[in-house]
Ligand binder design. Structure first.
Ligand code: SF4
Length: 177
Protein backbone atom coordinates (compact mmCIF):
# COMPACT_ATOMS: atom_id res chain seq x y z
CA UNK A 1 0.00 0.00 0.00
CA UNK A 2 1.31 3.46 -0.96
CA UNK A 3 2.37 5.46 2.12
CA UNK A 4 0.22 8.47 2.86
CA UNK A 5 1.60 11.84 1.79
CA UNK A 6 2.31 14.22 4.65
CA UNK A 7 0.32 17.38 3.87
CA UNK A 8 0.03 20.68 5.74
CA UNK A 9 -1.99 23.83 5.30
CA UNK A 10 -0.94 27.18 6.71
CA UNK A 11 -2.79 30.42 7.31
CA UNK A 12 -0.65 33.57 7.18
CA UNK A 13 -2.24 37.00 6.45
CA UNK A 14 -5.45 35.93 4.72
CA UNK A 15 -9.16 35.86 5.46
CA UNK A 16 -9.45 32.04 5.72
CA UNK A 17 -11.51 32.02 2.52
CA UNK A 18 -8.93 29.80 0.83
CA UNK A 19 -9.29 27.26 3.65
CA UNK A 20 -13.07 27.48 3.30
CA UNK A 21 -12.65 26.66 -0.39
CA UNK A 22 -10.48 23.67 0.60
CA UNK A 23 -13.34 22.47 2.81
CA UNK A 24 -15.73 23.00 -0.12
CA UNK A 25 -14.14 19.94 -1.70
CA UNK A 26 -16.90 18.23 0.30
CA UNK A 27 -17.10 14.45 -0.26
CA UNK A 28 -13.80 14.52 -2.14
CA UNK A 29 -12.18 15.16 1.25
CA UNK A 30 -13.07 11.58 2.18
CA UNK A 31 -11.05 10.24 -0.75
CA UNK A 32 -8.27 12.68 0.08
CA UNK A 33 -8.15 11.46 3.68
CA UNK A 34 -7.32 7.98 2.36
CA UNK A 35 -4.25 9.36 0.62
CA UNK A 36 -2.85 11.98 3.00
CA UNK A 37 -2.00 12.57 6.60
CA UNK A 38 -2.84 16.15 7.55
CA UNK A 39 0.13 16.83 9.80
CA UNK A 40 -0.36 20.56 10.43
CA UNK A 41 -3.24 22.93 9.69
CA UNK A 42 -5.69 25.37 11.30
CA UNK A 43 -8.06 22.41 10.88
CA UNK A 44 -6.10 20.15 13.26
CA UNK A 45 -4.57 20.66 16.68
CA UNK A 46 -0.84 20.30 15.97
CA UNK A 47 1.05 23.19 17.57
CA UNK A 48 4.45 22.95 15.87
CA UNK A 49 5.08 22.68 12.14
CA UNK A 50 6.72 19.26 11.80
CA UNK A 51 9.73 18.26 9.67
CA UNK A 52 9.38 16.05 6.60
CA UNK A 53 6.21 17.50 5.05
CA UNK A 54 5.57 16.51 1.42
CA UNK A 55 3.16 19.29 0.40
CA UNK A 56 2.21 22.53 2.17
CA UNK A 57 -0.59 24.81 0.98
CA UNK A 58 0.02 28.38 2.17
CA UNK A 59 -2.87 30.83 2.40
CA UNK A 60 -2.13 34.50 2.91
CA UNK A 61 0.63 37.02 2.46
CA UNK A 62 3.68 37.66 4.62
CA UNK A 63 2.76 40.67 6.75
CA UNK A 64 4.42 40.31 10.13
CA UNK A 65 7.75 39.23 11.54
CA UNK A 66 5.98 36.12 12.83
CA UNK A 67 4.67 35.32 9.32
CA UNK A 68 8.22 35.64 8.03
CA UNK A 69 9.67 33.39 10.74
CA UNK A 70 6.99 30.79 10.10
CA UNK A 71 7.27 30.70 6.31
CA UNK A 72 11.05 30.30 6.46
CA UNK A 73 10.70 27.35 8.85
CA UNK A 74 7.88 25.86 6.74
CA UNK A 75 9.99 26.14 3.60
CA UNK A 76 12.88 24.31 5.28
CA UNK A 77 10.56 21.49 6.29
CA UNK A 78 8.48 21.17 3.09
CA UNK A 79 9.27 19.42 -0.18
CA UNK A 80 6.62 21.14 -2.36
CA UNK A 81 5.38 24.55 -1.27
CA UNK A 82 2.14 25.79 -2.84
CA UNK A 83 0.98 29.41 -2.77
CA UNK A 84 -2.76 28.95 -2.28
CA UNK A 85 -4.80 31.91 -3.49
CA UNK A 86 -4.13 35.48 -4.53
CA UNK A 87 -2.98 36.74 -1.13
CA UNK A 88 -0.14 34.21 -1.16
CA UNK A 89 0.52 34.65 -4.91
CA UNK A 90 0.41 38.46 -5.22
CA UNK A 91 -0.12 39.77 -1.63
CA UNK A 92 -3.57 40.89 -2.84
CA UNK A 93 -5.82 42.40 -0.14
CA UNK A 94 -3.29 42.56 2.74
CA UNK A 95 -0.92 44.61 0.56
CA UNK A 96 -3.45 47.43 0.25
CA UNK A 97 -1.73 48.89 3.29
CA UNK A 98 1.65 49.13 1.55
CA UNK A 99 1.22 52.65 0.12
CA UNK A 100 -0.18 53.92 3.43
CA UNK A 101 2.47 52.81 5.90
CA UNK A 102 2.29 50.85 9.14
CA UNK A 103 2.00 53.81 11.53
CA UNK A 104 -0.85 55.42 9.58
CA UNK A 105 -2.76 52.13 9.34
CA UNK A 106 -2.46 51.45 13.07
CA UNK A 107 -3.47 55.02 13.90
CA UNK A 108 -6.52 54.77 11.65
CA UNK A 109 -7.61 51.43 13.10
CA UNK A 110 -6.97 51.99 16.80
CA UNK A 111 -7.18 55.77 17.30
CA UNK A 112 -9.27 57.47 14.61
CA UNK A 113 -11.86 54.70 14.40
CA UNK A 114 -12.04 53.91 18.12
CA UNK A 115 -14.97 55.16 20.15
CA UNK A 116 -13.59 53.94 23.49
CA UNK A 117 -10.01 54.22 24.77
CA UNK A 118 -8.31 55.13 21.52
CA UNK A 119 -4.74 53.81 21.73
CA UNK A 120 -2.44 51.58 19.73
CA UNK A 121 -1.93 48.29 21.64
CA UNK A 122 1.69 47.93 22.66
CA UNK A 123 2.12 44.22 23.36
CA UNK A 124 -0.79 42.30 21.80
CA UNK A 125 -0.26 42.96 18.10
CA UNK A 126 2.10 41.02 15.85
CA UNK A 127 5.01 43.20 14.75
CA UNK A 128 4.08 44.29 11.22
CA UNK A 129 6.66 44.37 8.46
CA UNK A 130 7.00 47.71 6.61
CA UNK A 131 5.58 46.08 3.46
CA UNK A 132 3.32 43.08 2.90
CA UNK A 133 4.91 40.62 0.47
CA UNK A 134 3.75 37.58 -1.49
CA UNK A 135 5.17 34.28 -0.29
CA UNK A 136 7.61 33.91 -3.20
CA UNK A 137 9.24 37.24 -2.28
CA UNK A 138 10.44 35.59 0.93
CA UNK A 139 10.98 31.90 0.10
CA UNK A 140 10.99 29.73 -3.02
CA UNK A 141 7.52 28.61 -4.11
CA UNK A 142 7.00 25.50 -6.25
CA UNK A 143 3.36 25.88 -7.31
CA UNK A 144 1.22 29.02 -7.71
CA UNK A 145 -2.53 28.54 -7.41
CA UNK A 146 -4.29 31.87 -8.16
CA UNK A 147 -7.87 32.72 -7.30
CA UNK A 148 -9.64 34.60 -4.53
CA UNK A 149 -10.19 31.98 -3.42
CA UNK A 150 -9.18 29.21 -5.81
CA UNK A 151 -12.24 27.06 -6.40
CA UNK A 152 -12.62 23.70 -4.70
CA UNK A 153 -12.25 22.13 -8.17
CA UNK A 154 -8.93 23.90 -8.64
CA UNK A 155 -7.62 22.80 -5.25
CA UNK A 156 -8.80 19.26 -5.88
CA UNK A 157 -7.09 19.24 -9.29
CA UNK A 158 -3.83 20.52 -7.82
CA UNK A 159 -3.80 18.01 -4.98
CA UNK A 160 -4.69 15.14 -7.29
CA UNK A 161 -1.81 16.03 -9.59
CA UNK A 162 0.67 16.49 -6.75
CA UNK A 163 -0.32 13.20 -5.11
CA UNK A 164 0.20 11.50 -8.48
CA UNK A 165 3.71 12.96 -8.63
CA UNK A 166 3.05 15.74 -11.18
CA UNK A 167 3.25 19.50 -10.84
CA UNK A 168 -0.22 20.87 -11.71
CA UNK A 169 -0.56 22.80 -14.96
CA UNK A 170 -3.27 25.45 -14.61
CA UNK A 171 -3.18 26.58 -18.22
CA UNK A 172 -6.20 24.39 -19.12
CA UNK A 173 -9.84 24.86 -18.24
CA UNK A 174 -9.66 24.79 -14.45
CA UNK A 175 -11.55 27.71 -12.91
CA UNK A 176 -9.73 30.16 -10.62
CA UNK A 177 -12.22 31.14 -7.95
FE1 SF4 B 1 -9.20 35.48 1.39
FE2 SF4 B 1 -9.04 35.79 -1.27
FE3 SF4 B 1 -6.88 36.13 0.25
FE4 SF4 B 1 -7.87 33.67 -0.08
S1 SF4 B 1 -6.99 34.96 -1.69
S2 SF4 B 1 -7.17 34.59 1.86
S3 SF4 B 1 -10.10 34.13 -0.17
S4 SF4 B 1 -8.76 37.39 0.30
Amino acid sequence: MKPKARVATVWLDGCSGCHMSFLDMDERLIDLAEQIELVYSPLVDTKEFPPGVDVTLVEGAVSSTEDERRIRLIRERTRILVSLGDCAVTANVPSLRNPIGVDAVLHRAYVENATLQPQIPQDSLPALLPRVRPVHAVVTVDVFMPGCPPSADTINFALTELLDGRLPDFSGSVRFG
